[in-house]
Ligand binder design. Structure first.
Ligand code: ADP
Ligand code: ADP
Length: 223
């Protein structure tokens, strides 16, 4: 069963061709790492799958749903319910304590506050940062912030977890912890798509590495 199927996906920004007819499938439960030089189209790929932007042409089917056919409202709903995103620089809201950063995503889809708090606390506990629930993000270490970022991403039980350089801003020890976390998640069935320059992350966590070059999948690694 496929979680993701892109067929001949093209994305142009004016004259610039960011994706040049990408055909790529990801099976349910698979962990895929996308690697490739800067400018090869990795972020664009992630943005298309996340429903943050639409392709110029081609088809994107996620979890059986053709997301190109969705209205803006339905696409926003798809993004919140089906996709979890983890970012290089965490993207936490500095004005909110850790717990509220995590519950907000669930409250946005209508989860009752009490239920959202319960799930958030369970996740923070599993990720080893429950003791930081009342702290503000700026007071946390990078590794702690990323664990909060992962908790937030998992809050709505996404079918697909997308990570953009999740270890890129971490020291090696925190990076390893985040790798272990992603590996554990995949072992309990979470489908993962990780864009990274980190060879260790790719080889340790991914079932498969997809190399990108000039807006398309490349047969060999390109530097
Ligand atoms: P990364 O460091 O992940 O490769 P980039 O620095 O290439 O990311 O891009 C960061 C963001 O800026 C992306 O969301 C991308 O869509 C956007 N972006 C990249 N290149 C351009 C550009 N030439 N003009 C406008 N936006 C761009
Ligand atoms: P990567 O993530 O591999 O660095 P990107 O997907 O960010 O690559 O970019 C692929 C190509 O598309 C680059 O040439 C980039 O400049 C261009 N690009 C990406 N986003 C935009 C944008 N919003 N506007 C214009 N050009 C863009």
């Amino acid at each position: 069963e496929q979680m993701v199927q892109l067929t001949d996906v093209r994305k142009e920004y004016g004259e610039e061709v960011a994706l040049d007819g990408v055909t790529l499938g990801i099976a349910t439960g698979e962990a895929v790492a996308v690697m490739g030089p800067s400018g090869s189209g990795k972020s664009t790929l992630l943005n298309m799958i996340a429903g943050l932007d639409r392709p110029t042409s081609g088809e994107i089917v996620i979890h059986g749903e053709n997301i190109g056919a969705l209205s803006e409202t339905a696409l926003a709903k798809y993004r919140r319910r089906r996709i979890g995103m983890v970012f290089q620089f965490f993207n936490l809201l500095d004005d909110l304590p850790v717990l509220e950063n995590v519950t907000l995503t669930a409250e946005l889809i209508g989860t009752p506050r009490k239920e959202a708090r319960k799930r958030a606390l369970e996740l923070l506990d599993e990720l080893g940062v429950a003791d930081r629930r009342g702290a503000y993000p700026v007071t946390l270490s990078g590794g702690e912030r990323q664990r909060v970022g992962v908790a937030r991403a998992l809050m709505n039980r996404p079918a697909l977890l997308l990570a953009d350089e999740p270890t890129g801003a971490l020291d090696s020890r925190s990076g390893e912890q985040v790798m272990d976390l992603l590996l554990d998640l995949n072992q309990i069935g979470q489908t993962l798509l990780i864009v990274t320059h980190d060879e260790r992350l790719a080889t340790r966590v991914a079932d498969r590495i997809v190399h990108f070059a000039d807006g398309d999948v490349a047969p060999e690694p390109v530097r």
